[in-house]
Every structure is written in C-alpha cells, then in structure tokens.
Design a protein around this ligand. Structure first.
Ligand code: C2O
Ligand code: CU
Ligand code: CU
Length: 495
C-alpha cells in the first residue's frame, strides 16, 4: 500500500486556512503504485494545554535501565513489552500512552561491544508493531523492518551481536508499516548505549538527556495528527527531557552528556549561553578529535555526546535556539526555548584526550547512488494534496528502489529537491559525510564523524560514503516521522 488518504470528515476541517481546508486526499495515480489508499487519522486543530500545565524544575530523572537477565557473560537478555498505560502527567488527569515497559521514555539498554543481545518483544498494543534498532549494525531480519510486523497480541525475539567498534549512543522505536508516527508520538521510543571496554572518556561522569516532545489537548489526551502535523511534522507543545519539562540538571565538574533527539519532527539547535560545547561523539560513536562548538544542530533521530563544565559554579540553561526549517503554511514563528536548567558545581574535571580514535574512511568507493527527496502539491477535485517522495515515488513495501552489494563502498549523493529541511536516515550502517553543496557553494565536511542521520537544507546536496555489511532489505527515509509515514521512504536491497 503506497497511497495515503486524508479524510475531511473530522469536524472543523472545512473552516480553516487553505492549509487545512484544502488538505484532504492524496489518492493520485501519477506517483505509481495504484494500490488502495489507506486512511490516516487527521483531526482539526484544537485547544491545547498551556506549557505551564506540566510541572517544571524538578531534579533531572535518570533513565530507567532495562535490566539484563542473562546469566552467561557477554550476553544481554531482556523483555520489552509495548502496551497502553495511563500516566498522570497533569495532576488529576489520566493520559493513556503507548509505552515500553511502562516507562517515559522507554528503558535504556546498556550493553558492551561483543555482546550477544536477545530481546523478547511482547506486543500488547491493538496494532502491529516492530522494534527497530536505530543506528545499530543489526541484520535486516532482526532490525524491525515493516515487513516483519509483530501482530497485536504477538511476540518475537530479536537477536543480534554488537560488533567491535560499535560503541555509541543509539535508540529503538517502532517501525511498522504506516503506523510509525502514531506509535512514536504516543510514547514508544527507548534508548540503547553500546559501551567499549576501552573507552577513552571512561574517566568522565555521564548523564543522559533524551529530548522528546509531547502534544496534549486541553484534557491532557494525546490527539491525532492535524493536517499541519502531517505536512510539517508533529511538534508537541511540551519539550521534555527524560519525560520531564525543563528539569534541573546538576553537573558536578566536567561531565559527558549523551543527548538524543527523539522528537518526531522538532529540530534542536542546542546551545548553552556563555559556554562552549565540546562535541566528542555523533550517531555512530566517538569523533577522531574533540570539536569545540557554540551550538549544535541535532535533528530528529540524531544523537551526540558533549563534554561540558569546568568545575566552576554557574547556573545557566540548555537551550534550543530558534531554527527555521522552512515549514509550510501558517505556522507559529520559531522561538528560543529552554530545554533544561543547568546547575554547574565543583567536581572532578578530567582532561579531554586530544585524540579519541581513528575513523577509517571505508576506502575507495566503487558505486554511486542518487537519492532525491521531493514533495508535490497538486489540486484534485478542488482539494490540495501533497506527497512526500523519494526518487519521485511514494514508499511501496513491495518495490526495491536500489540495490547494493555487501561490503561494496558506495557514495550516495542525496539531493533535497524541496523547500523544507528533511533529515535523511539509512538503516543498518553508519556513514561519513564527504561534502555538501548549497546555493552553488561546495563545502567539505569539516571533520570526520559517523552518522546514520543527516540534515539537508532545502535544495542542498550532501554526499556521503557508506557500506552495508549484511544481505537483505534496508529502509532509507526522512526521519520527520510524518513524512516517512506518508511515503518519503524507499528500500535498498543488499545482495
Ligand atoms: Cu529511526 Cu527507519 O528509523
Ligand atoms: Cu533507523
Ligand atoms: Cu521530511
């Protein structure tokens, strides 16, 4: 099924701006497929709770840890259950959320390079789901592809081995066909850290900041997506860190922060006013050398590790500065937001090593792939409709879009042929960025880093170098989940 249809049935749809009055059907044959349209739930804009409705300024909560039940060494075994839980986020109100093991966010899996991982997934949701191990080098049949749905009430075991050099900061989330946006915005996402026994930053105390956002209506219920959410990606009015609004993070001395952008669509231009961030790792683990930054753009799906603090006392904030990702239609202006209060206190200030590791450049590329993200808007029976496409096509589970050979080094040239930012993500591997081109200016990647998700500005081209290590089917897509859900996804068959 590769067509999606928005119904105007919901009350109020007809009375708003062009954006929602016109937003209705996407059942066009010009983008191929011809499969029956699938209905996506859309609601009218509605009053939302004010931001003050969620308590702020509580002490930063550590993540719940998924405990390892394995009895043998070098193994990690546990169970993840996805189910509906009623959570009291706002005093006196019950908010049904879809959660892993009842946790907001889902529990943290901590394992070591070389470990065999075995996760039993129990799906107690009313719809099919999968668990996708975002960024991890997991074989395709273990990676929660939409083709391997675990039905409502079903279960399965995911098994994979964490290879050498995979240490880094990852996450997991559902990836079922069509329902990924909803399952994530209702709360399903958890964290995964792969540790190395020889970590050059082992001397640093470490804290975890999972940034997500949440939309709650006036009754503290999680509403379906509006037309605007489907178009621009959903941004909840609450920005949360480990499930809390604006917590107070106390940083004694110099510490390592792992930060996740687990939002469906919100871009985070992170900065600590008056301080530099020392970037030490990206999606796929450590950089070669630390890089000093005034701000870091963390787009949906990405992770970073930064070192902050100098042992002096200071009270400041982690901010998400305004970032214009060229949303469509009438949208609220972008503003600076406070993500967390930071209390720097005295403590140990280990030295940051000048060299963290070597990142191989994969060798000479012998294949080239071209990927183009685009959007189309058209008029159909008096109704505007949009499609989000990869290489001119909407996602089709039964179509192979590109093929690669196991172990072959490839350059991918990714072009954002649209007027909105889109984060490109590919499954099962990491890549290095070679260069990018925007407004006729070519820019080499300033340093070598491993990524599985990278942002593209409107009309930007980014060239990456990558390699796939397992045979099977891989997805690549925009990580604004509403765009992925509407077809901005394609399939790579690795042979
Ligand atoms: Cu987090 Cu297919 O992605
Ligand atoms: Cu992924
Ligand atoms: Cu997108």
């Amino acid at each position: 099924m590769n067509r999606r249809q928005f119904l105007t049935a919901s009350a109020g749809m007809g009375a708003m701006s062009w954006l929602s009055t016109s937003w209705a059907a996407m059942d066009h044959s010009q983008h191929g497929g011809g499969a029956m349209p699938q209905v996506m739930k859309t609601v009218a804009n509605m009053p939302l709770l004010p931001e003050s409705a969620l308590i702020s300024a509580r002490a930063h909560a550590p993540l719940a840890i998924l405990s390892n039940t394995a009895t043998a060494p070098q193994r990690f075994e546990a169970t993840l259950t996805a189910a509906t839980y009623e959570v009291e986020l706002v005093a006196g109100k019950k908010t049904p959320m879809w959660l892993y093991n009842g946790q907001v966010p889902g529990p943290l899996i901590e394992a070591f390079e070389g470990d065999e991982v075995e996760i039993r997934f129990i799906n107690q949701l009313a719809q099919a789901s999968t668990v996708h191990w975002h960024g991890l080098p997991v074989p395709p049949e273990q990676d929660g592809n939409p083709h391997d749905a675990v039905p409502a009430g079903g279960e399965r075991v995911y098994r994979f081995k964490l290879p050498k050099d995979s240490a880094g900061t990852y996450w997991y989330h559902p990836h079922p066909h069509g329902d990924t946006p909803e399952q994530v915005y209702r709360g399903l996402a958890g964290l995964f850290i792969v540790r190395s026994k020889s970590d050059p930053l082992a001397a640093f105390a470490e804290q975890h900041l999972v940034i997500s956002d949440l939309k709650l209506d006036a009754n503290a219920q999680i509403p379906d997506n509006t037309a605007n959410d489907w178009m621009n990606g959903r941004e909840g009015q609450f920005v949360l860190v480990n499930g809390q609004r604006e917590p107070v993070v106390t940083i004694a001395g110099r510490q390592r922060l792992r930060i996740w952008n687990a939002c469906s669509a919100r871009y985070l231009r992170l900065a600590i006013p008056g301080q530099k961030l020392t970037l030490v790792a990206t999606d796929g683990g450590l950089l070669e050398k630390p890089v000093l930054k005034d701000e870091i753009l963390l787009v949906p799906g990405q992770r970073i590790e930064v070192i902050v603090g100098d042992g002096k006392t200071a009270s400041t904030q982690l901010k998400a500065l305004a970032y214009d990702r060229e949303k469509m239609g009438k949208v609220a202006p972008e503003v600076d937001r406070i993500v967390a209060q930071l209390n720097f206190t005295s403590g140990a200030t280990p030295t940051i090593p000048a060299q963290l590791r070597k990142i191989a450049d994969f060798g000479r590329a012998t294949a080239l792939k071209k990927v183009e993200f685009s959007e189309t808007m058209s008029m159909d029976n008096g109704v505007h409709s949009m499609a989000f496409l990869v290489n001119g096509k909407s996602f089709d589970m039964n179509r192979v879009d590109l093929t690669s050979k196991v172990g072959e080094v490839e350059v991918w040239e990714i072009f954002n042929n649209s007027h909105m930012d889109h984060p490109f993500h590919i499954h099962g591997t990491q890549f290095i960025v070679l260069d990018s081109k925007l407004d006729g200016k070519r820019r080499n990647a300033p340093y070598r880093a491993l990524h599985d998700t990278i942002n593209l500005r409107p009309y930007e081209t980014v060239r990456i170098k990558t390699v796939q290590h397992d045979k099977g089917l891989r997805m690549f897509h925009c990580h604004i989940l509403e765009h992925e859900g509407q077809g901005m996804m394609a399939q790579l068959l690795v042979k």
